[in-house]
Design a protein around this ligand. Structure first.
Ligand code: HEM
Length: 543
């Protein structure tokens, strides 16, 4: 080889010409040298900055991981595992790597320090089907489309003026429910009321009314509050079920457990219902010459489907029909969370009475509202004790105990451990809310924690808002993906509870105790219904 090169490198006089030899040598060796430098550099960088390890965690079985060991009280099981493996640990569910965060300081790292990286909710196959292909806010990936939907939700649908404007709808439905308890339950006899179911169906009726009407049609079938609640519960159960299709994406097309099929069946009913509500509203608009009196969510959203251009020609708030339906869907679905929370708050009040702590809630209602008036929206901000009862109940029984799972858009170090891109992140709020390093006697029901009893700024109870600013108390999550429905949820919880507690004395059956155990799918549910007897306090008003 060398002799051939030398032959080429001789000039016409048979003298050696060194330049071409060096050039050829240089061009041949350069890639080799660069490759060696690159490999050395890579070796050095992996040696000097070791990648953080994955968090510790239980070993499961081959292929299925920890899946066979999951219990239905997932929030408690995750808390128990935390005491073995620490505030951050991993478990494999099939092919899916899950990371559980169980301390306030690590939650802060995820939800505040790395907020944008973790600003995505993990979408399951069921959630995809249930939200018209991820067209809603909850499962929309973090980006411009999510920002647009969130803006519509917060600034237009749930703005103060919009919620004030819909107060009449809320009032009508709550009054109907109170009268129902008075006429049907109290007058008819002595059977107790399932408080959770009563509060839950009232909330659902209110939400349905705000969506577009209390009885909606799906084909020939009329969907009333009871049926709507049944459908949302069914959907919640389906979303909460561990699905083989999520854990082994390669098998998703088989839909082994039939969860996708079942979800599609439920969604078809919702779709028919929303479809007919839209058609009916369009008919009313046409017949009314383009004018419609009713300003509910459906009307607001329909106006966004029609052209909603700004003067500069941009079209910032236009939504598609699928997005409209997905938004209605998420409002209906979240009403289930709200309904369940009424159950818990009622339980909280029952427990407060049971523990002979006085009947502060009703004393406050008598003072603020008076015995000859019904509760109105403007009373709510003055009901500080009831507010504290609700917050204390949300602390002990957060309705979404593991929040909506997130996933990081890039691998990130949390608490010294590597949390890989795409892992499913559970934030165990149920455990954080009971952490003795954050709360004194955390298992005691003490609404006073949320009352401002002192002049000391550090003791200011108002720092515990529902917006997730204090990481010791985050029932609605925190950061940019925190619950967008807080203004409505807060008003509804207060209004529905205040109305029932003002209208009736609620008594446990003789010698009864409030049963506190819960079960957990995606939301926490009370295992046993809270059965209590109503006796009217304000009979004059409801006669
Ligand atoms: C007591 C009732 C409710 C509770 C406890 C609750 C709780 C939550 C939680 C924990 C999240 C996830 C937060 C996170 O990842 O940090 C969430 C998200 C959300 N909630 Fe609620 N919620 C309630 C009621 C409502 C209502 C009534 C609505 C609608 C009117 C609503 C709309 C939403 C939306 C749109 C999101 C997704 C926000 C986003 O991804 O940007 N919620 N909620």
């Amino acid at each position: 080889m060398w002799s051939t090169w030398l032959e080429y490198a001789r000039n016409d006089n048979d003298e050696l010409v060194v330049g071409p030899i060096l050039t050829t040598l240089f061009l041949t060796l350069l890639p080799l040298v660069l490759l060696i430098i690159f490999l050395l550099h890579r070796r050095k960088s992996t040696q000097t900055i070791p990648a953080s390890p994955l968090p510790p965690g239980p070993t499961g079985l081959p292929l299925v991981g920890y899946l066979p060991f999951l219990r239905t009280d997932l929030h408690r099981q995750f808390t128990e595992l935390s005491s073995l493996y620490g505030p951050i640990y991993k478990l494999w569910l099939g092919k899916k790597l899950c990371v559980v965060i169980g301390s306030t300081s690590l939650a802060k790292q995820v939800l505040r320090d790395h907020d944008t990286v973790f600003a995505n909710h993990d979408m399951s196959v069921t959630a995809y089907v249930a939200t018209y292909g991820g067209n809603d806010i909850v499962f929309q990936p973090y980006g411009p489309e999510w920002k647009k939907l969130r803006k519509i939700f917060v600034r237009e649908m749930l703005s103060k003026s919009s919620l004030d404007g819909m107060y009449g709808l809320r009032r009508e439905e709550v009054m109907k429910s109170v009268r129902h308890v008075y006429d049907v339950v109290y007058k008819a006899g002595t059977s107790p009321v399932d408080f959770g179911s009563l509060a839950g169906s009232t909330v659902v009726n209110v939400i349905m009314s705000m969506i577009g009407g209390v009885s909606l049609k799906a084909g020939e079938k009329t969907i009333d509050g009871v049926e709507f609640r049944k459908l949302t519960t069914e959907l919640m159960v389906l979303i909460g079920k561990p699905n083989v299709s999520d854990l082994f994406p390669g098998l998703a097309w088989l839909d082994i457990q039939g969860i996708e099929r079942e979800t599609k069946k439920v969604i078809r009913v919702f779709d028919a219902m929303f479809g007919s509500a839209i058609e009916e509203r369009k008919r009313i608009i046409t017949e009314g010459g383009g004018e419609v009196q009713r300003k509910d969510f459906l009307q607001l959203l329909l106006e966004m489907i029609n052209d909603h251009d700004h003067e500069d020609g941009t079209n910032a708030t236009t939504i598609s029909l699928a997005q409209l339906k997905a938004i209605l869907m998420i409002i209906g679905h979240c009403s289930g969370w709200n309904g369940h929370n009424n159950d818990c708050a009622g339980m909280g009040n029952g427990r407060a009475s049971q523990e002979s702590r006085g009947n502060e809630v009703q004393e406050e209602l008598t003072q603020v509202v008076g015995l000859t008036n019904t509760v109105e929206d403007f009373h709510l901000s003055k009901l500080t004790y009831l507010n504290a009862v609700i917050k204390e109940t949300l602390r002990l029984h957060p309705p979404v105990p593991l929040l909506v799972p997130r996933y990081p858009s890039q691998s990130t170090t949390i608490g010294g451990y590597n949390v890989p891109k795409g892992a499913k992140i559970f934030l165990n709020v149920w455990a954080m809310h009971k952490d003795p390093s954050n709360w004194e006697n955390p298992l005691e029901f003490r609404p006073e924690r949320f009352l401002n009893n002192s002049d000391d700024d550090d003791d200011d109870a108002s720092k515990f808002d529902l917006l997730g600013n204090n990481f010791n108390f985050i029932p609605f999550g925190s950061g940019r993906r925190a619950c967008a429905g807080v203004p409505l949820a807060e008003r509804m919880l207060l209004y529905v509870l205040a109305s029932f507690l003002h209208a009736f004395e609620w008594e446990l059956p003789c010698g009864g105790k409030v049963e506190l155990s819960e079960i957990c799918g995606i939301v926490l549910k009370k295992r046993e219904p809270l059965l209590i007897f109503p006796t009217p306090r304000l009979s004059i008003i409801y006669r």
